[in-house]
Design a protein around this ligand. Structure first.
Ligand SMILES: Cc1cc2nc3c(=O)[nH]c(=O)nc-3n(C[C@H](O)[C@H](O)[C@H](O)COP(=O)(O)O)c2cc1C
Length: 209
């Protein structure tokens, strides 16, 4: 298969689009972040990569708390707006008509309209080059009740907003399932190792991230 080498870049094609919130100069502010990831399960931690010039970063560094709000596709316009204007100049909460609520972390403003909200305490800050990597310990996870099925978060109801980095960058909706994780590969495991389905199920925990 012919390949073409392009400039080295962190092109992993898609990432989530989240709204990172902080209290800045005494008021809640949100910025769009595409460079967001999960970095630890116990205790639960996420990371967000933020350029030093962002107004939101000032609040995160001052209070050492922040939030990660997952917008659904219906909030694409508001999420984009939070990524093109700075809270240093406008009150994004008022323009976007966000309803704000708080859990126990009073410096981690949460957006009611977003189906998933994480309230985080800063665990570590890694000063890279263009970005600072904020690693946050997730203290609280809130989910809109209507986005649960049998008490568990349902991605089809959450409808996360996917960011595709390819130029021109664009937002996408969650697509169709192509198979169950930790199961679709089972056929190859069995073929290679001769393990029965039963034995494979016992070993499945090894597949955790
Ligand atoms: C979809 C999208 C994703 C973005 N991702 C990031 C990001 O990961 N890190 C970052 O520093 N800026 C990112 N930005 C830019 C900031 O959201 C933007 O500069 C914003 O206006 C900063 O707001 P603030 O000054 O109120 O903090 C993104 C913008 C968009 C539209």
């Amino acid at each position: 298969m012919a390949k073409v080498q392009i400039d080295p870049q962190p092109f992993i094609c898609t990432t989530p689009t989240v709204l990172v919130g902080a209290m800045v100069d005494g008021k809640p502010n949100f910025m769009a972040v595409a460079w967001c990831g999960v970095v630890n399960s116990t205790p639960p931690m996420v990371s967000v990569a933020i350029r030093p010039a962002r107004y939101t970063l000032k609040g995160i560094r001052e209070t050492m708390e922040f939030s990660v709000n997952v917008p659904s596709t219906g909030l694409a316009k508001e999420a984009d707006y939070c990524g093109i204007v700075s809270g240093a100049k406008v009150d994004k909460v008022s323009v976007c008509k966000f309803k704000i609520f708080y859990g126990n972390l009073k410096n981690a403003p949460l957006i009611e309209q977003c189906p998933v909200n994480l309230a985080c305490k800063v665990e570590r800050i890694l000063e890279l080059d263009s970005h600072q990597l904020i690693i946050g310990r997730v203290e609280e996870t809130h989910i809109t009740e209507a986005c649960l099925t049998d008490g568990k978060p349902d991605i089809r109801k959450i409808k996360p907003l996917i960011f595709a980095a390819a130029a021109p960058a664009e937002y996408f909706a969650f697509g169709k399932s192509v198979g169950k994780s930790y199961l679709i590969g089972k056929e190859l495991v069995e073929k290679r190792s001769g393990l029965s389905g039963q034995t494979f199920r016992l070993n499945q925990a090894e597949g955790q991230q």
